[in-house]
Design a protein around this ligand. Sequence first.
Ligand code: SF4
Length: 362
Amino acid sequence: MNKKRVLSGMRPTGNLHLGNYVGALENWVRMQDEYDCFFFIADWHALTTDYADTSHVKENSIDVLLDWLAAGLDPKKCVMFIQSHVPAHAELHLLFSMITPLGWLERVPSYKEQKENIKEKDLGTYGFLGYPVLQSADILIYKADFVPVGEDQVAHVELTREVARRFNSLYAGPYASVSMINDFYVPGTNIPRGKEIFPQPQSLLTPAPRLPGTDGRKMSKSYGNAIMLTDPEPVVRQKLKPMVTDPARIRRSDPGDPDLCPVGDLHKIFSSPETMAKVYEGCRSAGIGCIECKSWVADAIVKVLNPMQERRRKYEDNPRLAWDILEAGSSRARDVAGTTMNEVRDAMSISLDYEPPKDSTQ
Ligand code: SF4
């Protein structure tokens, strides 16, 4: 009951690949036993960059959910939901947008970086600038203790902490407005209760190994070098066959070094210590060929993917099951978010409750 709460989300970009699995999903599956986990499909976030064509958002959301379930996320252990099914995220986003200085958003590194790198879309929108505020709302509405992130997302969690501090100091801290002073002091004393609406979440840095794609660059769907979680065994083997190797191994008789080879990197993540030992020995002595070495890594990857694809089939055969999981998760999320929003509205003096006119109470 007293587990710390974790919040994390993924944009619905369609089927996930092995890089998504080792970079995040595998960690989420572990965390669901240790933490009170809320995982959401960030469909509104997808719109911040892909607002022009929304035709695939829903379909992609279901694909992501199927991959989550396939990877081992269990609705009995964690809450899985769709962001847009919890409209309170939007309300809190709006309220936070009132108190977030523009300068904080313009400083976010990924804002500048994406604006420079994504030229094919017009990202000069209000939604794109404000998406870290939406992220803050996503996190704070569940009062998450931890947010699992990679290095590049730490700045977003720091912004979330700043938003929480600013909200607390404006509306809920010991220095909140005088009209609320009685609520925030221990009755009969001048001791501040220190009641803050929002805790400050912490980044949970997840060391994610860099997973190379078949061309040696970071695995990414947009590079066309990814092994998908849904790829059947023959496709996995076919994709690995032409994978780049240590450039020093030009001929079969040339020795190589698994530490300089992308296939070696895959072995380090997926293969057993025994196979690793064979790879090091065989590669450095030119005792094995790259084709054989790739077949070993294919064996190891297929061993990870097979049980996932087995689990996925259950939901593919009955898609309603997956949708029901999302509905139940979204309903649970709405309950938690609703409780927070009541506190938020109370603190900001915009509660939904009837209050008699002030002079009628005198
Ligand atoms: S034997 Fe394996 S590790 Fe060595 S270069 Fe070939 S593919 Fe890479």
